[in-house]
Design a protein around this ligand. Structure first.
Ligand code: F0G
Length: 463
């Protein structure tokens, strides 16, 4: 049923079970920050009021998913729950071979164990960290070919996740198709701000790859959000159902990796899916060694049931309308107050542009980390820095600091977890901080691990 007269987009659910969140004082938060070395990854989650660290594995499940959990079949082989999972994944993706994994990166690990290796290159719009890490771990190279608009925080281009087709064609010619075992597209493009990819671009990428017999896979974590963006923004899709659009997206590619912790609406799970029988056979052989028997692959029967139901719920258009609107709502309020954010709002997160928010803090003093710490100190909100803490480097020869290309702070919105008043509170905290932004201080790193330092680094404010 449609209520066309009403402008207010409401949460399309009511709440049956609640989880209290813990209020702390500013003084307590100052101590907590200090004890954690000013790194929110090292907080106890109980000390966080509103947790926007990630949208991954943080969704609220529905009553139907919970009842599926009670009904999970925990048989080692051939569990009923596997067949309901397989049916649901096939219904959306249309792929022949469905291989459950414990999360997205496990699917990536299996895929690149088979297809990666020294001398190989894998193009993508922008590889997510774990995809890049799994490709590089195999000895291959991960290459990003997103369009230029996708790297401009102020461009309002509607499909900033698209791949540059000319760059892709040149890349194939220069690298040699025999050295490209697979091409990928990440929908939506998380590392580029949760920006969508158009159907037209997916087709063009597929054609460019297939011209050279290179298989095309999707990193499909946020496929439903991408499908809804296509419905809203791409010509010819306004009257199609999101499920039809999603099926069309998957039909363009030869397979996918999936973290069900995003658009599977579950707390754990993923899969690898494809049409190539030989590749599926190889993948299952590795799965048995690393994850488990092919009908559970690192998951409990109950997890498989929850994914089966989550994939039905995620293409519901009332849900997606609310989902994209609630992220856009946060973005709109911040833009109206003059707060610099990456535009337009993505599907799962808002990214504050910290170099404009705190221009007095130079990149080597981590403006994003400063904004992250202040968000927690002022409002008990946890966000994540995506800037020079995460991607900054030192020149190997001179030791000189090389900043990240952008200094961002990601506010990722968990699915079906927070209501509009929580978001209003987040807006109020950020606007309050923005008014006093001159008082933000830079940080120095006092400890860092040799790899992926952002998870465990320790900081001190610059006096
Ligand atoms: N691909 C993309 C685009 C992702 O965003 C993620 C996870 C993965 C793959 C890996 O999936 O965590 O199930 O192994 N992104 C999370 C985030 C961690 O916070 O953006 P996973």
């Amino acid at each position: 049923m449609q209520f066309r007269m009403m402008k207010t987009i409401i949460e399309p659910f009511r709440i049956k079970s609640v989880e209290p969140i813990r209020f702390t004082t500013e003084k307590e938060r100052e101590r907590i920050l200090k004890d954690a070395g000013f790194n929110p990854f090292l907080f106890h989650a109980d000390d966080v009021l509103i947790d926007l660290l990630t949208d991954s594995g943080t969704a609220a499940m529905s009553a139907k998913q919970w009842s599926g959990i009670m009904d999970g079949d925990e048989s080692y082989a051939g569990a009923r729950s596997f067949y309901s999972f397989e049916k649901s994944v096939k219904d959306i993706t249309g792929y022949q071979y469905i291989i459950p994994t414990h999360q997205g990166r496990a699917a990536e690990k299996i895929l690149f164990t088979i297809l990666g290796g020294t001398g190989k290159s894998v193009p993508n719009n922008t590889h997510f960290d774990t995809t890049r890490a799994n490709i590089e771990y195999s000895g291959a190279e991960a290459v990003d070919l997103v369009i230029d608009e996708g790297k401009d925080p102020n461009s309002l281009y509607p499909f900033k996740g698209n791949m540059d087709i000319e760059k892709l064609e040149n890349f194939i010619k220069e690298t040699g198709p025999e050295n490209i075992p697979i091409g990928m597209m990440t929908i939506t493009n998380n590392a580029g701000g949760g920006q969508p990819v158009s159907m037209e671009n997916l087709c063009a990428v597929r054609n460019a790859l297939h011209n050279y017999n290179i298989p095309f896979f999707l990193d499909a974590c946020r496929f439903a959000e991408n499908a809804y963006f296509i419905k809203l923004r791409e010509k010819g899709y306004a009257d199609k159902s999101v499920k039809d659009i999603a099926q069309e997206i998957f039909s363009i590619a030869d397979g996918c990796t999936m973290s069900a912790k995003k658009d599977g609406l579950v707390n754990m799970g993923g899969f690898l899916a494809m049409n190539d029988e030989k590749l599926a056979q190889q993948a299952r052989n590795i799965l048995i060694v690393t994850e488990g028997f092919p009908t559970y692959g690192g998951l409990s029967g109950r997890d498989l049931e929850a994914i089966a139901q989550g994939l039905v719920e995620v293409v519901d258009e009332h849900y997606l309308r609310y989902r994209l609107r609630s992220v856009e709502y946060l973005g709109e309020k911040l833009i109206a107050a003059g707060v610099p954010i990456l535009q337009p709002p993505g599907g799962h997160a808002i990214y504050i542009n910290a170099s404009e928010f705190a221009p007095h803090i130079p990149p080597e003093q981590y403006p994003g980390q400063s904004v992250v710490c202040e968000l927690y100190r002022v409002g008990g909100i946890r966000a994540v820095e995506i800037g020079s803490v995460m991607f900054g480097k030192k020149d190997k020869k001179t030791g000189e600091f090389i900043p990240a290309s952008m200094e961002l702070v990601r506010l990722a919105i968990p699915r079906r977890v927070y209501t509009q008043s929580h978001i209003d509170y987040v807006v109020e905290v950020i606007i309050e901080m923005f008014k006093r932004r001159q008082s933000l201080k830079g940080y120095t790193i006092t400890y860092e691990a040799p790899m992926l330092r952002h998870f465990t680094a320790l900081f001190e404010p610059v006096s």
